[in-house]
Write a protein that binds this ligand. Structure first.
Ligand SMILES: Nc1ncnc2c1ncn2[C@@H]1O[C@H](COP(=O)(O)OP(=O)(O)OP(=O)(O)O)[C@@H](O)[C@H]1O
Ligand SMILES: [Mg+2]
Length: 244
């Protein structure tokens, strides 16, 4: 079967203007990601990784360049359409979890369902929430408040929330950044499992050992791609093969 492109970024630029200061966060970034890939985006602090994720996840728009998602030109969508596409097709996981405080695990995972334009029945919602919590092994805390959870548990709930609408793509921006190494490995295993089940996973990380869970590494420096390499798991820990 031919590989299907899900993400097609062409010459993306993003310039932030704050008062008199212009910051060129992205300076012409071009790449494609196929459905089912697991890609890590690496690069120094300030190189534009989060900015790129925001553009790809429709949280922001580029200053120039084109972005096609599933073959559709994102620039033609109104903000409301983008919000719906984001809610249905994209799951976000952040370094800081971003759960609602003093709110139960169940209610946190329910949030994307409440924003869905095609609301489902309460029973259907419960089924979807429980299924997502099972995928991250968090059913045993369904009625806990988010404040009562450990960091690793919070991140797993955040992943369940990202999954509940069955998105095609998961964007994870430093998902292990605030976790101890054991919880970090658990989170990476979940992302790997989701990828095996067919989801496209795009991960930002500065840790080489975390990036090695991916099959391809895109490096950004100063808003530009400096390398795009596939990870060869057959080789040893340093086995990163440059793509031509
Ligand atoms: N909303 C904004 N307004 C102004 N400047 C911004 C904004 N967001 C990002 N920037 C600037 O754009 C550049 C890229 O930021 P970005 O957050 O994408 O970096 P990053 O690679 O994710 O870094 P880190 O590893 O520290 O998270 C930085 O110089 C940052 O200060
Ligand atoms: Mg960042």
């Amino acid at each position: 079967m031919p590989k299907q492109t899900i993400i097609d970024a062409h010459a993306l630029e993003k310039t932030f203007i704050t008062g008199e200061v212009k910051t060129h966060a992205l300076r012409g970034v071009t790449f494609k990601i196929n459905k089912g890939e697991f890609v890590a985006i690496m690069g120094p602090s300030g190189s534009g990784k989060s900015t790129l994720m925001q553009l790809l996840g429709f949280l922001d728009r580029p200053t120039s360049g084109k972005y096609f998602f599933e073959g559709q030109d994102a620039s033609v969508f109104e903000d409301d359409d983008l919000a719906q596409i984001r809610n249905k097709k994209i799951g976000f996981v952040f370094q800081t979890f971003n759960l609602l405080p003093r709110t139960t695990v169940f209610e946190n995972v329910e949030v994307p369902l409440l924003y869905d334009s095609n609301r489902k029945s309460k029973k259907r919602n419960r089924h979807l929430i429980e299924r997502a919590l099972k995928q991250v092994n968090m059913m045993y805390r369904i009625d806990y408040s988010s404040n009562q959870l450990s960091g690793g548990e919070r991140q797993r709930v955040a992943i369940a929330r990202a999954l509940v609408n069955e998105p095609k793509v998961i964007f994870a921006d430093e998902p292990t950044g605030n976790l101890d190494s054991k919880s970090g490995v658990q989170v990476m295993k979940i992302l790997q499992q989701l990828n095996k089940e067919g989801k496209t996973v795009i991960l930002v990380t500065h840790e080489t050992r975390t990036a090695k869970h991916a099959r391809r590494i895109i490096r950004l420096v100063d808003g530009k791609i400096t390398s795009d390499a596939k990870v060869n798991h057959q080789l040893d820990a340093n086995g990163i093969e440059e793509l031509k």
